[in-house]
Ligand binder design. Structure first.
Ligand SMILES: [Cu+2]
Length: 124
């Protein structure tokens, strides 16, 4: 009788731990501060993340320039996610934008200091 109860308790805890672990593997969420400027940036960054392995979804808030990323911890990591954003041409937290990718961005997506085209007449 006692042994049976122990087995049941053991079985229950296996199930419980199992589901907790599955939960952990399912999704984690991070917020990354990015250097987005406009809605095109939002599209670019979300698209880059959509192609990133292990990322389930992402949503960039242009008011706070923060992208919320849901990902599977077994398949990717915050470091990889920041790197993917950098490779799309944007700063991601303390990871600076990949310069090559950044230079390829349309003018409206560059940081205000780097825009040239619209305004004729240089001051310098
Ligand atoms: Cu933009």
């Amino acid at each position: 009788m006692k042994k049976e109860r122990l087995i049941i308790i053991a079985a229950i805890s296996v199930v419980l731990f199992g589901s907790v672990n599955a939960q952990n593997l399912k999704n984690a969420e991070i917020e990354v501060k990015v250097s987005s400027q406009c809605s095109m940036c939002k599209a670019t960054i979300e698209k880059a993340l959509a192609f990133e392995k292990g990322v389930s979804r992402s949503s960039l808030d242009l008011e706070t320039n923060t992208v919320t990323v849901a990902y599977k911890p077994g398949k990717t990591s915050p470091e990889k996610i920041r790197k993917a954003i950098s490779e799309a041409g944007y700063d991601a937290d303390d990871v600076a934008a990949n310069q090559k990718a950044y230079l390829k961005l349309p003018d409206c997506c560059k940081k205000p200091a780097d825009r040239h085209s619209d305004h004729s007449g240089h001051n310098d």
